[in-house]
Design a protein around this ligand. Structure first.
Ligand code: SF4
Length: 377
């Protein structure tokens, strides 16, 4: 999408930015907390300014989508949630016996499992940081530590986001490894690539948050591979796979750095724009959302609450992005469905353009096949 943002960005100090983001969200609305799933989704669509701004401002996108008349179909079903919960409980039952077995730890009596309870997310994050420091010291002596649902803090667009991985394991040598427990099956040692990709992006957010803590913890290092635990084949038996998240880590890092520039996106908005669901009409909200460029792709359907709204807009504009990123890439400079059809019919487009030539060849083959089919009738 390429709507204009109007005048250029105006630099604003951080406090003014926070004030502006609160204005956009609605002064009476508490910021919607960002979790690892949301941060991972941001990394999956780094070109979307709309999502970057709404997440940076802490807007409740599910409420916004409903107010726009395009409620989200995004999110875990109750059944999937319960199945995930039950599988995680099985993996962690009996002091994490199954998890430790997957890590190759035989003598779980010696594994430390610190109590991480504390008041509020800030308190839990501080307790986790302390437990990680103690675990690193214990790791230097050869001990294993299992941190069950630690709380990690990561600063996003000037505000702390609190993230809760399923587990972090600190092994001998003081290396911290994220454990991600998912209830989709791993069949013959491999799982659905899209689901593994989403889990890897989510785990990369945890790795990033851990790296911030590790920087101030002597002797600590964070593994750039995570342990993904899933049910084996068609059973409920846990199995593990080590997933390299270096690529996801660098994308997430880059995208979070971009998020700190939400001020540029906010500064370019016309005066009076607001995403306050409680105070604005559906028309006002629609105009506000349309004032921020989006980058719709079918992947949004599994990752963003605004997907139905953005898809409708992309389809109405005839944008080829609605057909998928790979199709978009193949079509080069042809950005609308109308331009693609005109090029295929020979009414427009440069015949030397490989995309135009391929479309005309495809159109000719189709016409030929239709003629043959008609002749056979
Ligand atoms: S659904 Fe819309 S707002 Fe969300 S990531 Fe996709 S394009 Fe951006």
């Amino acid at each position: 999408m390429s709507e204009s943002l109007g005048s250029g960005p105006v630099p604003r100090p951080q406090t003014t930015l926070r004030h502006r983001l609160a204005e956009l969200r609605g002064p009476a609305s508490a910021p919607h907390p960002l979790d690892a799933r949301a941060l991972a989704a941001l990394a999956a669509n780094p070109g979307c300014r709309r999502r970057a701004l709404l997440d940076g401002a802490g807007v409740d996108k599910a409420a916004l989508a409903s107010a726009l008349g395009a409620p989200s179909g995004f999110g875990q079903s109750q059944f999937a949630f319960m199945r995930g919960h039950a599988f995680e409980a099985k993996v962690k039952a009996d002091g994490g016996a199954e998890l430790l077995r997957l890590l190759g730890v035989d003598d779980r009596e010696d594994v430390r499992v610190p109590d991480l309870t504390a008041a509020g997310p800030q308190g839990r994050a501080a307790r986790t940081a302390l437990a990680l420091r103690e675990a690193t010291e214990a790791g230097a002596e050869g001990a294993w530590t299992l941190l069950d649902h630690p709380m990690l803090a990561l600063e996003v667009a000037g505000s702390p986001a609190y993230l809760e991985p399923d587990a972090v394991v600190v092994g001998p040598g003081g290396r911290w490894t994220v454990v991600e427990i998912k209830s989709f099956p791993m069949i013959d040692g491999s799982a659905d690539a899209a689901k593994v990709g989403a889990a890897a992006r989510q785990a990369a957010v945890y790795v990033l948050a851990l790296e911030r803590t590790a920087r101030v913890t002597e002797g600590a290092s964070v593994a750039h591979s995570v342990l993904l635990v899933c049910p084996k084949d068609f059973t409920n038996q846990p199995t593990g796979s080590v997933v390299d998240v270096r690529k996801q880590l660098s994308v997430t890092r880059r995208q979070l750095a971009r998020l700190t520039r939400v001020e540029d996106i906010a500064a370019a908005l016309p005066e009076g724009v607001s995403f306050d669901v409680a105070a604005c009409s559906a028309e006002e909200l629609t105009a506000a959302v349309e004032a921020v460029p989006h980058a719709y792709a079918p992947e949004c359907l599994a990752a963003c609450e605004l997907a139905f709204h953005c898809r409708d807009r992309a389809r109405a504009a005839g944008a080829v992005e609605a057909l998928g990123r790979s199709v978009r890439g193949e079509l080069g400079g042809l950005t609308t469905v109308g331009a693609v059809l005109a090029a295929a019919r020979g009414e427009a487009g440069d015949p030397d353009d490989p995309a135009v030539a391929a479309l005309r060849r495809a159109a000719a083959l189709r016409a030929e096949s239709l003629e043959e089919a008609a002749a056979c009738r």
